[in-house]
Design a binder for this molecule. Sequence first.
Ligand code: GA4
Length: 333
Amino acid sequence: VALSKPSIEQFFMKPSKPNTNPLIFPTIPLIDLSKPESKQHLVKACQDFGFFKVVNHGVPTKFIKKLESEALKFFSSPLSTKEKAGPPDPFGYGNKRIGRNGDVGWVEYLLLNAKPESDYQRYLSVFEENPEIFQGVVNDYVTAVKKMACEILELLADEMKLQPRNVFSKLLMDEQSDSVFRVNHYLPCPEFQENERNGRKLVGFGEHTDPQIISVLRSNNTSGLEISLRDGSWMSVPADSDSFFINVGDSLQVMTNGRFKSVKHRVVANSTKSRVSMIYFGGPPLSEKIAPLPSLIQGEEDSLYKEFTWFEYKKSAFNTRLADNRLGLFEKI
Ligand code: GA4
């Protein structure tokens, strides 16, 4: 089926609710992974926001820089070349269309399997001379970021007295872990400048929660990421290219029986600056049963969610629109 080109109006964001009390504007929790007391802060951040920033993360700067430069090389190649790496079904290059149900965003991206041995050749004819280089750069980065994600998940389990301490991290470490790696490129949209002056916003990536357990994001120095606060207003996350931003995914919300919040977030595109972000989505194996951990529920009645496998959740999630409440189907009434 030939799809018509989305019109620019489709990229306008709906006006959002203003902050009800601008005097108590919260700040994003900052976690220093080199400090032992970070455990308590981590749990609090996952409960209050489902979102936090990490410093002293241990991911080597050279891995980050190499990946960013390879990604830029890819995105600066001609559209016809990039399109050879698409469509993302489920992996590959995508442009302006997100998912399969009509969502659009002012973004182009690469979706990759995060398994270290994945073969990227299919999408990477762009790197004709040397697709293995790109593959090596992605592997180094993903391996380091996954290690950090596991460390965070183990600190969280420790602080909540969960046994064994790898209850969450083992799902990412499993050979069958269904994890995804995404590189987004938000192009500047000069045609939008006039609208921006009138206070309108351009959708880069529409509001959504991530279905997996944990997401680890790093971006260049362009802002745009916003998180949804409890009162329904949006808070802009100041860019910081040396830190990582972590968010709780739907599956972790379920496993903690709602104690941790899967944060709703979105990206506003910019008329003048381009934004590059890379996100590792740590997910469980497809056959894994997702349900509140017994030690976090008093009795069966207290459990907020029905049990489901990650395969079932993913299948249902991929049939939704970005902004839909995907967990609704699995909530006990
Ligand atoms: C959000 C998190 C990840 O980027 C992603 C996205 C996926 C896609 O881009 O294909 C989804 C979205 C994400 C959730 C709902 C469905 C699926 C687009 C969409 C409309 C790769 C993922 O796993 O879920």
